[in-house]
Design a protein around this ligand. Structure first.
Ligand SMILES: [Mn+2]
Length: 300
């Protein structure tokens, strides 16, 4: 019997394409005994991009549903660095999703899936609120208010038990935390989630959320990667992206309705820059080996 996997993303119109490419990457690698149902919290996606999203999932016999974000004054919360408003929508996941959805996998738009996620879906969460991968590369002394930075997860991939989430009132508590500490949080809603969830989360294997800060860590075995998360500002849709696995994004972009996409920073100067970089970059053999392993897995 086919089982259904529920995933949730949130995006505005700028991120609609990236959400679409990410969704296609799940579907291309999903065990055929599973069917995907996508919930997309819509922070202002154009009609054209919505049609493309519908078209993208139809090909795989998957379903997509658009949800309206909660009406909250998001401007009252901190907007540091490159984080945008739709990041806060994930806090509303339990209020927005239909009550009969028991568990959901929340995913950021800036990640690409290169393996089957069904094993993750089968995992038991017991009394915990969620499962996630520890955050990697933050300063352990850089306190978000009241947050234990030694027990801190990355909120870009969260496998959520909605019943436990509701029982713990995670959304409500996180919003009031953000209102209270707007000038002091470091990683926005990720701090809030860590504060509220506390110890009630299960640590997942790193392969479910390979963060950009991990790529330079040669001790990690990166060849069994399932999810690549482009965590810093260097995103794979930028022409000058220097992440060694940015080609994974291009690979699934090619299979998407956005396949004609040209990066906004692709101009004569940057083309020459990239070319020059190719010549002067020091080649690090283990980095290249990892890249080759992944290329082989994707059949490139
Ligand atoms: Mn992210």
């Amino acid at each position: 019997m086919t089982q259904e996997i529920a995933v949730v993303y949130s995006a505005d119109d700028n991120y609609a394409q990236h959400a679409g490419v990410s969704i296609i990457s799940i579907l291309e690698n999903l065990n055929s005994n599973y069917r995907l149902r996508v919930y997309l919290i819509d922070g202002g996606i154009s009609k054209e991009n919505k049609e493309k999203l519908v078209e993208a999932v139809k090909k795989y016999n998957a379903a997509i549903m658009f949800l309206h974000p909660e009406k909250i004054d998001y401007d009252a919360f901190s907007k540091r660095t490159h984080i945008t408003v739709p990041t806060y929508f994930r806090l509303s996941v339990a209020s927005l999703l239909p009550r009969d959805v028991k568990r959901v996998l929340y995913l950021d738009c800036d990640l690409i899936v290169i393996g089957d996620i069904s094993a993750l879906w089968r995992m038991s969460l017991e009394e915990n609120v969620l499962a996630a991968v520890p955050n990697f590369g933050h300063d352990p002394d850089s306190l978000g208010v009241g947050v234990d930075m030694s027990n801190y997860f990355n909120a870009g991939v969260m496998f959520i038990d909605l019943k436990n989430w509701r029982a713990e009132k995670v959304g409500e508590k996180a919003f009031s935390y953000l209102g209270l500490y707007r000038d002091r949080v470091i990683y926005q809603d990720q701090d809030a989630l860590n504060y509220v969830v506390g110890k009630k989360w299960v640590s997942l294997p790193t392969k479910y959320n390979i963060q950009s800060t991990m790529i330079t860590n040669r001790r990690l075995n990166l060849s069994d990667t399932i999810i690549i998360h482009f965590t810093d500002q260097d995103k794979p849709w930028h022409y000058l992206c220097s992440h060694p696995w940015s080609f994974c994004y291009s690979q699934y972009l090619k299979l998407s309705p956005w396949k004609g996409f040209v990066a906004v920073d692709k101009n004569l100067i940057n083309v020459s820059l990239k070319f020059a970089k190719l010549f002067y970059q020091k080649t690090i053999p283990w980095k290249i080996r990892n890249k080759l392993k992944i290329r082989t897995r994707l059949g490139l």
